[in-house]
Design a protein around this ligand. Structure first.
Ligand code: 5GP
Length: 192
């Protein structure tokens, strides 16, 4: 019997702020234990429910910049005035252990990963409408009015770029969106 593990696939997983990517992600992690999420680093302040090392590694500007200088990020980007980055250390070991590693990242980061890792699979989560997105973002009540405006403008730009992704999943109904992503993972795992 061979003990060689088939490496997992790298997934780029994006969608506008407030689209429900985090909620879908929680369900994916429960439903399929081949899936794991890479925890990113950020300079943004934690939201009340967020925990260091679980939702993000919350870093100072100096800590973040020193990881950039050491080449410790697979990609990093500025989103609405804060820095976010994918840590190599989070991803490489998990892929080698056969996990399908999801990077929940913005479109700029996604474009860099798609260029540098052409075998990755990219999924964009689309809101059913722009109005729904605005409503969800406001209902979340975690950003100021200026931050909400900024996130909505960014969302508009991101949705326009969504055509570069391999798959687009509309989050109209949570269960259906989760099923759609699980079906993509199953299909991709069956390929070589
Ligand atoms: P939030 O502040 O709402 O947690 O995240 C803002 C945006 O940054 C989201 O689109 C999220 O997917 C993205 N993001 C989170 N981590 C990373 C990362 O490591 N790299 C990049 N490029 N974007 C990230």
């Amino acid at each position: 019997m061979s003990d060689t593990v088939k490496p997992g696939k790298l997934y780029v997983y994006s969608g506008a702020s407030g689209v429900g990517k985090g909620t879908i992600m929680k369900e994916l992690l429960k439903a399929d234990d081949s899936i794991c999420l890479s925890v990113s680093a950020t300079t943004r302040e934690p939201r009340p429910e967020e925990k260091n090392g679980v939702h993000y590694y919350f870093l100072s500007r100096e800590e973040f910049d020193s990881i950039v200088a050491e080449g410790g990020f697979m990609e990093h980007a500025t989103y609405c005035n804060n820095s976010y980055g994918t840590l190599r250390s989070e991803v490489e070991e998990k892929l080698a252990a056969g996990k399908n590693v999801f990077l929940e990242i913005d479109v700029q980061g996604a474009l860099n990963i798609i260029k540098d890792y052409p075998d990755c699979v990219s999924i964009f989560i689309m809101p059913p409408s722009f109005e729904t997105l605005e409503k969800r973002l406001r209902a979340r009540n975690t950003e100021t009015e200026t931050q909400i405006r900024n996130r909505l403008e960014t969302a508009m730009r991101e949705i326009k770029l969504s055509e570069v992704y391999d798959y687009c999943v509309v989050n109209d109904d949570l269960d259906k969106a989760v099923e759609d992503v699980l079906a993509i993972v199953k299909k991709e795992s069956e390929k070589n």
